[in-house]
Design a protein. Sequence first.
Length: 328
Amino acid sequence: MSEIRIGVVMDPISSIHPEKDTSLAFMLEAQQRGWQINYMEMADLFLHDGRPEARMRQLKVFNDLHNWFEIIGEEYGALSNLDVILMRKDPPFDIEYIMATYILERAEEEGVLVVNKPRSLRDVNEKIFTAWFPQCCPPSLFTRSKKDIKIFLETHSKIVVKPTDKMGGKSVYVIAKGDVNTNVIIDEITESGNRYIQAQAYIPEIETMGDKRIIIIDGIPVDYGIARIPTGGDHRGNLAAGALAKGFRLSERDRWICSQISATLKERGLFFTGIDVIGDYLTEINVTSPTCIREIDKLYNTNIAALFFDKLQNLISENRFQKMDKKK
């Protein structure tokens, strides 16, 4: 196979935390395999007469906490010149993110493999898509109604409310029945009834077992995961919010949850996902820029990026053959 050109769309690479950044782990693995790395931010993507193009910067990357990348070249060109594009831009999932997926969808139509599939990135909201698998989830409510949220709180005594477009535990609140701040929190998170939110019954296992991140590659879960256990009185099981990371091996229940959703993920072209499980329940399906592979690798001496690229390389080979057939 000739040299593979990979594009990575992400936040500014200078601002990442290299010790835990999954996108960097992917680029290190791509470089190890001799692939050409083309780094892009969302502002680099554009359509020119309907043709998807970009400013692409070629990188060398290093497993170094102080010096993790070097720009070695730059070009403006067609995205169709790439073999594969990884969409790794972090939320917020806003209109600008959606516009970028349209550009990537045009690249996909021109024969580029895009991971994850742009249309599915638009269709699969990380919070709400759990509604497609109610058998896996805690009692939940998707609404913008203050009245309905208060009834849900009265029913379950303690609930979690969260916005649909953020990550890292931002704007996630726990409300207990009788909390004097209930009205303020609901008004704030729903923007006075003008914004949909997700509410879920509080799962007490978050306090002892944490919020478990499970990585799924091409429908198959990785055997090990990371449980993020809240610390210091914080209710959020997010490493970005200061949670403690503890490794675990997937339980039978974890694997059952994965089995319930894996076929749908594959059908939708969601090749690399990270699901969140608290206790026995699925709480989120992360499709935009799932993380935690470096933490898992460190604890279990695994190489999840290599596993991902083994499967990705097979997809690229299949995609190249399909493009050749179309040209005949």
